[in-house]
Design a protein. Sequence first.
Length: 205
Amino acid sequence: MTLPTITMPGTSAEHFHSLYARSADPWHTTDSWYEQRKQSIVLATLPRPRFVNVYEPGCGNGALTLALAARCERLWASDFCDEAVRLTLERLCGQAHVQVARHSVPEQWPDSGPTPFDLIVLSELCYYLDDEQLRRTVRLSVASLGTTGYLLACHWKPPFDDRQQETDHIHTLFDQHAQLRACAHYEDEQFRLDLWQKCPLGERA
């Protein structure tokens, strides 16, 4: 599946292409204790052993994608960088229940099909978005979740050059949505993780 490249206003596509040109694992997902520990906490926070229809935008080189694939019946993963998509496909070794595509969030937010997403995972993604993109991502995430579906967000806290949004601001926007009920929260000096469940309007606890 080939889609037109759409760049993020705050962080250029060329920046990510240059990162992958230097290394197939720019964030050291295979040898970083932070990445290994974070992934373990993300997976342990998921409230069900298996999900039906999962979406992971910003999949990078597929380290988390591979783990999520073992926990669901259908997984849609995406990244706006060609090399990231290629690496993810290579890591997944043709698992038929996983679709990986090149697209940009939120401009190319996918249609979940006849079955709404029952889990959306936003890991280390939203701080690259500008204000309007972030607001649209919040709206689209909630709208594409099925009834009682879950949304998990996890983001690095310290400053870095590419950051467009503060982690606390990102998570606060999700937390303030009228249809998201907080289910779990973890935070330390390195990252923040929140899990919400969708609820009908007016029924948020």
